[in-house]
Design a protein around this ligand. Structure first.
Ligand code: ZN
Ligand code: ZN
Length: 623
């Protein structure tokens, strides 16, 4: 969560206690104000006790406040409990001390105690407690703010905008925001957070663009919003603008930037970020390290991911999960299993995410018996109930091995809600093993529950095509046309010279479009010379005019490949990112091009990585 708390106490936060005129007291009070370390504080405290000044109200308050600022919650509570009739400032300080340390319930408890002692809250009390509460409690506190006359106080209204935005009630948040006489950087940032969280990233952006002043928090929130919304390119562009505006990135913006690099497959930018982090040591923490591992894995550089992993001194389960997940999508099942053993040997408790990683590693590497024993161990040894994702891995694993019936039985007996993606995985296995009967059964099941979508029908149509059932293909196509089911457009991207280039199927918008299509012609010439006939050729004879056009449309990954071939030096690896699963034809083409052009082609599709080297693929033609 981003910090939206005002870093200094507002002007009205002054203890209403008559200060003693004794120079001794004044000196001590001054010392307490300046104090920054716990050691120093305990020395002053000891001095105060030695001189019997403990009951002095100002010193007592300042001591308690210092302990609370340094995160020494227990000490500050002890002092609080010794204070007779604590006033609003004492209460606010103790509430703040708990809220700052994430002890939200305790903060609320002191607030309630304060009200029952008939101590009236001030604006700072309210803004502090609102920042630590949920939307439901926030609504009650909103009434309190109104009752005590602090609704229009800028700290209180900022906290209220934040609590409504956090609770996804963007409408109320916006209403409060619009009513604020002076919109500050904190309230605007809270509002942007609200929009981004709601997926209304455009609205957030227009608010962001309208801000007169932006700090690193507002930039980070906007960049992270794009990442969460799956718009990595916008995030990358905005990050560059942030640097141009001379705003120094913090941990949050760095993590968001690295995630964007991972999503877009922008390895060079990711490497730049890595060296930037190394140079600015303050930025390196476990979370940044984990995001780095994830970025390298997603950008296809598993060796560099491992180097970062090895460099992290204190590894927790989250760090292990990131590396295991990387081995999984790259198909290095045995490495993932080795790491899993290392992790449990160290006494780290695997989480449900660990098991998603390890089971999908088994699936991608075809380790059936290992997969089963881990699936059982997860339930019986670790007491983790399998979720949709775990079943998905098992279905993938069994489907790959051709054990469709076992997969079907597992899903049918699973105590989870029917899930489109899960059954879609089994459907995909039916396509690979050309099991039309089971496929039809699954599509019917999904259709009955309102879970079928364009992907389901496209897949069934592909299964019919693979089995040579052209009537089936035509039936599905016309059904999709009638019901207006739209196919999700394919999109591929490739990074060249620090820029990410995006292609859609049949795209002619790229400035180098002419050269790209010439290169494609060239590639087709190679393929024909090697005796390859496109899988669409066969299909073309059996379908109507519009479908023929659709099939002839060049898939986005081929455009990205052609662009990679014309814009990088011979021998350079080509890395392509595709939003959908790669089709059989493109997969076959990539394999051949890897041998003909003598290049390594690494491709990430929706499901996994494919490393095409010397004419074969690391997925073993199962994906
Ligand atoms: Zn394709
Ligand atoms: Zn493959």
């Amino acid at each position: 969560m981003t910090s939206i708390s005002p870093l200094v106490a507002p002007p009205h936060f002054k203890p209403a206690i008559k200060e003693s005129s004794s120079p001794h007291h004044e000196k001590l009070a001054l010392l307490l104000d300046k104090n920054k370390t716990i050691k120093h504080l305990s020395q002053i405290h000891a001095f105060i006790i030695r001189h019997g000044l403990e009951s002095h109200p100002v010193l007592n308050f300042k001591l308690q406040h210092s302990y609370s600022s340094l995160g020494q919650v227990e000490d500050s509570v002890a002092l609080f409990n010794r204070t007779q009739n604590p006033n609003v400032f004492f209460y606010t300080s103790i509430i703040r001390s708990h809220a700052k340390n994430g002890l939200h319930e305790e903060a609320l408890h002191f607030y309630v105690q304060m009200l029952s002692e008939n101590v009236e809250p001030n604006a700072f009390t309210l803004s502090t407690v609102i920042k630590a509460c949920t939307l439901e409690v926030g609504k009650i506190l909103h009434c309190h703010a109104h009752k005590f006359g602090y609704e229009s106080d800028s700290y209180v209204s900022t906290a209220l905008v934040d609590v409504y935005a956090r609770g996804m009630d963007v409408v109320s948040a916006r209403r409060l925001f619009d009513m604020m006489p002076e919109k500050n950087i904190v309230s605007s940032t809270a509002m942007i957070t609200g929009y981004a969280k709601n997926g209304d990233v455009d609205e957030a952006r227009s608010l962001f663009d309208g801000m007169e002043e932006r700090d690193v928090v507002s930039w980070s929130v906007m960049i992270d919003g794009y990442v969460q919304y799956g718009k990595p390119n916008e995030a990358l562009i905005l990050f560059r603008q942030m640097l141009k505006s001379k705003v120094k990135p913090n941990g949050v913006s760095m993590v968001a930037f690295l995630s964007a690099c991972g999503q877009a497959g922008a390895l060079e930018l990711g490497k730049w970020a890595h060296s930037y982090i190394r140079y600015n040591e303050t930025l390196s923490n476990t979370q940044v390290g984990t995001t780095l591992i994830d970025m390298y894995n997603k950008c296809g550089s598993i060796e560099e991911a491992r180097m970062v992993f090895d460099g992290i001194k204190y590894k927790d389960a989250v760090v292990y999960n990131a590396m295991i997940g990387g081995y999984a999508i790259h198909g290095f099942g045995l490495d993932a299993l080795k790491l899993f053993k290392e992790m449990t040997d160290l006494g780290l408790r695997p989480t449900d995410i660990t098991f998603i990683g390890i089971l999908s590693a088994c699936a991608h590497a075809g380790l059936v018996s290992e997969g089963w024993s881990i699936f059982h161990a997860m339930k019986n040894e670790y007491g983790i109930q399998p979720k949709v994702e775990h079943y998905g891995c098992m279905v993938n694993l069994l489907g790959r091995a051709g054990q469709l019936k076992e997969a079907y039985n597992l899903l049918s007996s699973a105590r989870i809600e029917a899930d489109r993606v899960l059954w879609g995985t089994l459907l995909w296995a039916c396509r690979l093993h050309k099991n039309v009967v089971l496929a039809e059964k699954i599509v019917e099941y999904l259709h009955e529950r309102g879970l079928s979508n364009s992907g389901t029908y496209v897949l069934l149509s592909n299964i019919y095509a693979a089995a040579g059932n052209w009537d089936g293909v035509a039936g599905i196509r016309s059904m999709m046309k009638q019901t207006g089911v739209q196919k999700e457009p394919g999109c591929s991207s490739i990074e060249v010279n620090n820029n990410v280039h995006e292609f859609r199927a049949g795209d002619v918008k790229h400035p180098k479009s002419k050269e790209i299509y010439e290169m494609l012609e060239h590639v087709n010439g190679w393929l024909r010379a090697h005796g390859y006939s496109s899988q669409t050729d066969e299909a073309l004879q059996n379908i109507g005019e519009t479908d023929r056009e659709r099939l002839l449309e060049v898939h986005s990954e081929k455009l990205a490949l052609a662009f990679g071939l014309i814009s990088t030096n011979p021998g350079t690896s080509i890395k392509i990112y595709k939003n959908l699963r790669v089709c059989q034809d493109c997969h076959a083409v990539m394999k051949l091009v890897s041998i003909i052009s003598n290049r390594k082609i690494i491709m990430r599709d929706r499901n996994r990585f494919h490393h095409f080297v010397d004419g074969s693929c690391s997925c073993g033609d199962y994906w």
